[in-house]
Design a protein around this ligand. Structure first.
Ligand SMILES: O=P(O)(O)OC[C@H]1O[C@@H](O)[C@@H](O)[C@@H](O)[C@@H]1O
Length: 339
């Protein structure tokens, strides 16, 4: 079994580069915000709704925008993971067409629909056909740096959308919260990076707990819901393992019934509860009850608590830990986290 503390054990140059790119996340956040601050915005009038269309990490960035704006903006934010656009999309909809690669078929198709419905459109991509189309259609493009592995580009996709909403006056003062998130990520990077030994490194410890298990991530409505989905995807893509996610309180009406029953299958499941100090008190109570309920039958469970004082810092503390844990778990499993 690989010793995660032996950085030299990482023979693969691509993985070393990947870890080094991940180590730059706080600086990448600053750059992504700056990029959108300097963008020449198209003329956008009053908007009745906002749609983020994309797949994979691009859609999850939209989920975070939806959750973040939920208590701050009076118009709905919807995430569209489809080839077609919802019927309500019209000339007063603001659409972000997000695809890191710029080549995702469904996003290209949804972009065309949004255009035909005369929605306000902004494209976020590192290049690809979506960028080419947008340029020729004279649609505003937020051009991302193109050296990232798409799955690690969540902050680059999310922050420019947030910045546009802020610049349009839909969100109140944001720069303090961005600065706070960046400083917090710089602090937790010092706990998560490869040089920190497993007995002090929460990402390595989580990877070890998930090794040889079927990972299950449970969050609750809000930032931990997005984190649970994000963790599932990062484990699928980086470690090439099956993984599942769900959210409270809803899962307490379905999945817990399965996990509390006696059946050998459940002994493979390891549940990570993604938690936040602002989780609803009822959710906190239910989480404790569920933990007890599944203790006998599942392989185990653990809590991952968000850290930081602002919503963005707390959300990204969970994502950052997941990004590192996905790579460490890949190394334990002998998978290539870079492909
Ligand atoms: O953001 P785009 O380019 O549409 O990619 C969507 C998804 O595509 C997959 O092939 C992976 O690369 C994912 O990491 C990515 O999130």
């Amino acid at each position: 079994m690989i010793n995660l503390d032996d950085v030299q054990a990482v023979q693969n140059l691509d993985t070393k580069e990947l870890l080094s790119t991940l180590g730059q996340l706080p600086e990448q956040c600053e750059a992504a915000w700056c990029l959108a601050e300097q963008l020449e915005l198209p003329k956008i009038g009053a908007v009745s709704n906002i749609v983020v269309t994309g797949l994979g990490v691009s859609a999850i960035s939209g989920d975070l925008l939806r959750v973040f704006c939920g208590s701050r903006i009076s118009v709905p934010v919807i995430v569209n993971r489809d080839y077609i656009m919802p019927e309500f999309v019209s000339a007063d909809t603001l659409v972000f067409a997000a695809a890191y690669s710029g080549n995702t078929e469904a996003t290209l198709s949804a972009y065309e629909e949004a255009r035909s419905k005369n929605a306000y459109l902004i494209v976020i991509a590192s290049g690809g056909r979506l960028t080419e189309k947008a340029v020729s259609d004279r649609i505003t493009v937020i051009k991302l740096p193109d050296h990232m592995l798409p799955r690690l580009a969540m902050a680059q996709l999310f922050l420019p959308m947030l910045c546009v909403l802020y610049r349009l006056g839909l969100l109140e003062e944001m720069t303090g919260e961005i600065a706070d998130m960046v400083s917090h990520l710089k602090i937790i990077r010092e706990e998560l990076k490869p040089e920190i030994p497993e007995n002090q490194n929460p990402a390595k410890q989580l990877a070890r707990l998930l090794y040889n298990r079927i990972p299950v991530f449970w969050g609750s409505a809000g930032i931990t819901e997005v984190a649970a989905y994000r963790w599932k995807e990062i484990i699928n893509e980086s470690a090439k393992l099956p993984a599942f996610w769900n959210m409270l309180p809803d899962l307490d009406f379905s999945e817990t019934l399965a996990l509390k029953s006696h059946c050998d299958l459940q002994r493979q499941f390891f549940v990570v509860f993604l938690r936040d100090a602002y989780d609803h008190p009822m959710v906190q109570r239910r989480t404790e009850a569920i933990k007890e309920m599944i203790a006998e039958n599942a392989a185990g469970s653990t809590d991952l608590n968000s850290s930081g004082s602002t919503t963005l810092a707390r959300a990204f503390s969970l994502f950052y830990t997941g990004d590192y844990a996905g790579i460490y778990l890949a190394l334990l499993c002998g998978s290539d986290p870079g492909c």
